[in-house]
Write a protein of this length. Sequence first.
Length: 198
Amino acid sequence: MTETTGRLDCRIIARIVEPNSKVLDLGCGDGALLFLLEQEKGAQVQGIDLNEDAIYKCVEKGLSVFHGDIDSGLIEYPDQAFDYVILNQSMQEAKLVTYVIQEALRVGKKAIVGFPNFAYISARVRLFFQGKTPMTKSLPYRWHDTPNLHFLSISDFKEFCAQQNIAVLEEHYINQTREIRFWPNLFALNAIFLIAKS
């Protein structure tokens, strides 16, 4: 079992993606999730990332990946070119979040968005008692070296979707080992949403 196949967020995303789908992963990293989807779901996969080392790792896996900045948009892709566009642990690093999500929903029939929940109880407790920007397992960086530009909660993202007329089709809330069903904005480390245009 690889690190990605063992990660709960990747297993949930693999469960969401229908077999033989066309998938674009924005901020695909080393391509481990794309490789999993290709192997287990027979998906036609493609990735975009800024990090050259990550791109080389994708190429070593035989994946189709392009060097690009998702904040620049996806103008080279036609409307509805993919069944799913994935933004797993990359949306909070985008400068132009609304634009990136609009583009994801333009080129994809659906989008899968995963992000760390900044309202997780451990983060709240550390902020309250220490008075400093919290670090958690899903937010393991100090304030000055974090790649995250946006610190959002589950409630923030749901409100964003409502304001942007985005339909939430599925919601999954997780900690490191299991799905969370009770008060997810407080007890979930990460969230995964399946969204589409309303």
